[in-house]
Design a protein around this ligand. Structure first.
Ligand code: KQY
Length: 366
């Protein structure tokens, strides 16, 4: 399939909101033993539960290595789940997969951002990452979608959300981090976003959630629920390191105007925990120089915001935390036309993300 030299905006393509109809959701099967404990077995069970939950609403394609094909096939026993063999470095398709864009005729193409494992050799989470940088291209080949490649412009899909009506929300902590695009100013970064996602307005939250190893991906902190309305992870506890982050985000959101000139309604959802990995969970992760170390002292960046919107549903993490029920009620109230399903999120969180980070929606041609 061709790699185009124009931009999506110039060609009449834009990124639709996550609630627009999907043709399918993509995932990658986890197996990396220096990220997933016990050789990835508990994570595989968690990913399989997520895949099956999504498959109740729409088709799912799971990328899997040759060596894990048979195991994954047996564990992903649902008629709506397809497997394809793709080599990867890890399993975060939100960040390694394409960002799909669509035009008024319903043609779907993909943006293939440069990927550096969340910071390259300046705080990145593993090396090498060349297989992960190829994932978007391979998915677009499989789908026969034309590709836009932002060579040298580093971005991950979890670092932004759009409302599909011209507004994008992101964090300075991630996009202005020196380990992503230090050669570009804020305005130059905004221009790449405008051209590749066809947005007009960028809302910059200062930070993401405390201790998020992606340098504050917005998809773990704040997301759109419909145009003009966002959901923000929230704490009223002044002693929580998230307190100043929530306050700063609220201040920006309260003063923002979106591309349509609207003020935003902000819904709050509690932050679970504080959650920590146990010593036993940490001991199950292989130690490899250059990969993220695991430490029971370090608070995990657990968040109910890290959910996926699917056709007619919401697939959200639960943590066996006292706030699970409240989070479920807030999600169901916020998405009254969707069926909210919660699935176990702890094993995914132990690897550094959650359901939104391990999924990538592909819009349906209209
Ligand atoms: O989007 C994400 N949250 C990815 C996290 C990567 C963690 C690797 N250990």
């Amino acid at each position: 399939m061709p790699t185009l030299t124009s931009t999506p905006r110039a060609d009449g393509f834009h990124m639709p909101a996550e609630w627009a109809a999907h043709s399918q959701t993509w995932m990658v099967w986890p197996e990396r033993p220096d990220n997933w404990r016990l050789g990835g077995k508990p994570a595989q069970q968690a990913f399989a539960t997520v895949a099956r939950a999504i498959a109740e609403f729409e088709p799912v394609t799971v990328c899997v290595s040759a060596s894990q094909y048979e195991n994954a096939r047996a564990r992903l026993d649902h008629p709506a789940i397809r497997l394809v063999e793709v080599s990867t470095d890890d399993a975060w398709v939100r960040d390694t997969g394409p960002t799909f864009v669509i035009d008024d005729a319903g043609e779907v193409r993909g943006v293939d951002w440069s990927f550096n494992a969340w910071g390259g050799f300046d705080g990145g989470l593993y090396a090498p990452w060349n297989r992960d940088d190829q994932v978007a291209s391979k998915i677009l080949e499989i789908e026969r979608c034309a590709r836009y490649r932002t060579e040298g412009f580093v971005l991950e899909g979890g670092s932004f959300h759009v409302d599909g009506e011209g507004t994008l929300i992101t964090t300075e902590e991630c996009l202005l981090n020196r380990n992503r695009n230090p050669h570009l100013s804020r305005e130059e970064i905004e221009n790449v976003l405008r051209e590749h996602l066809a947005i007009d307005t960028v809302i910059w939250l200062p930070d993401g959630l405390y201790n998020d190893e992606t340098n504050g991906h917005v998809d773990n902190f704040c997301c759109y629920v419909r145009p003009g309305e966002v959901l923000l992870a929230w704490t009223d506890d002044r002693n929580d390191p998230n307190y100043p982050r929530c306050q700063a985000a609220m201040k920006v959101l309260a003063n923002a105007r979106d591309a349509k000139g609207r003020q935003l309604t902000v819904h709050k959802i509690p932050i679970p925990g504080p959650l920590h990995a146990s010593a036993e969970e940490c001991a199950g992760v292989d130690i490899v120089a250059g990969s993220q170390e695991r430490d029971p002292e370090v608070r995990l960046a657990g968040s109910y915001v890290n959910f996926l919107i699917v056709n007619g549903g919401i697939v959200a993490p639960r943590f066996d935390d006292p706030r699970d029920d409240e989070a479920l009620a807030i999600l169901q109230r916020t998405f009254p036309a969707h069926r909210v399903v919660m699935v176990p999120g702890r094993e995914i969180l132990l690897g550094g993300g959650n359901i939104h980070c391990i999924t990538q929606q592909q819009p349906a041609p209209r």
